[in-house]
Unconditional design. Structure first.
Length: 177
C-alpha cells in the first residue's frame, strides 16, 4: 500500500488539475503545488467533512478517454509515511464504517492494506475531500482576489468548525504531561 503510482480519474482528475493550476498569472500563485499534496490532504478533509465520493469515469469528449491525473510512484513512496498515518487515523476513527473498536484497530495496524474494501473506503474519502476542496476553494472564483477570499473563508470555517474549542492553555496542559 502506498508504494506505487496513484491515479485520480474522471471529475476528480479535472478538479485536481484545477486545484494545482496557477490562478494568478502575475504571481504564479497556486492553491496546491503538486498532485501529491492533494493526495495527502484530501482524505483528512473528506473524513472531517463526512464526505465520500464514488469513482467517476467522466470522459474527455474529444478523445473519449477517461480524464486522468497521476501522482507518480516516487512521490507516493516519498509520502508513504504521511499517507499511512492518514489511513490508520481514518480506520481508527471511522466508526460509521466499522462500529467495533477492536476491528478498527486491526484495520489500522494489523491488516492494513490487505482488505480492498478498506482501501476503497480511504480512496472514497480522498475523492470526497477533493470535492470539498474544489467547492470551497475553486467553484465560482473567476479572479485572483476571489481565490484568496475563498481560501481565507475556508481556513476560517475550518478553524471555527474543528478548532474553536481548543485554547492555548489546553495545548500547554497536553505538552506538560
Amino acid at each position: 500500500m502506498f508504494n506505487k503510482q496513484y491515479r485520480f480519474r474522471g471529475r476528480h482528475a479535472l478538479r485536481v488539475d484545477q486545484l494545482t493550476s496557477v490562478f494568478d498569472e502575475v504571481s504564479k500563485a497556486k492553491l496546491f503545488d503538486r498532485n501529491v499534496d492533494i493526495y495527502t490532504n484530501a482524505p483528512l478533509i473528506g473524513f472531517l467533512y463526512g464526505r465520500t465520493a464514488e469513482l467517476d469515469n467522466t470522459k474527455n469528449p474529444e478523445t473519449d478517454q477517461v480524464y486522468s491525473q497521476n501522482v507518480m510512484g516516487d512521490r507516493v513512496i516519498y509520502s508513504s509515511d504521511e499517507l499511512m498515518f492518514n489511513f490508520r487515523l481514518i480506520m481508527l476513527l471511522d466508526a460509521e464504517y466499522e462500529s467495533d473498536v477492536h476491528k478498527r484497530i486491526d484495520k489500522a495496524f494489523r491488516t492494513m492494506g490487505t482488505d480492498s474494501a478498506d482501501e476503497e473506503r480511504f480512496d472514497s474519502y480522498v475523492r470526497g475531500g477533493i470535492d470539498v476542496l474544489y467547492e470551497k476553494l475553486i467553484e465560482g472564483a473567476t479572479n485572483p482576489d476571489e481565490y484568496v477570499v475563498k481560501l481565507y473563508d475556508f481556513v476560517e470555517e475550518f478553524q471555527e468548525r474543528f478548532n474553536s474549542e481548543i485554547t492555548s492553555d489546553d495545548i500547554l496542559v497536553l505538552c506538560a504531561k
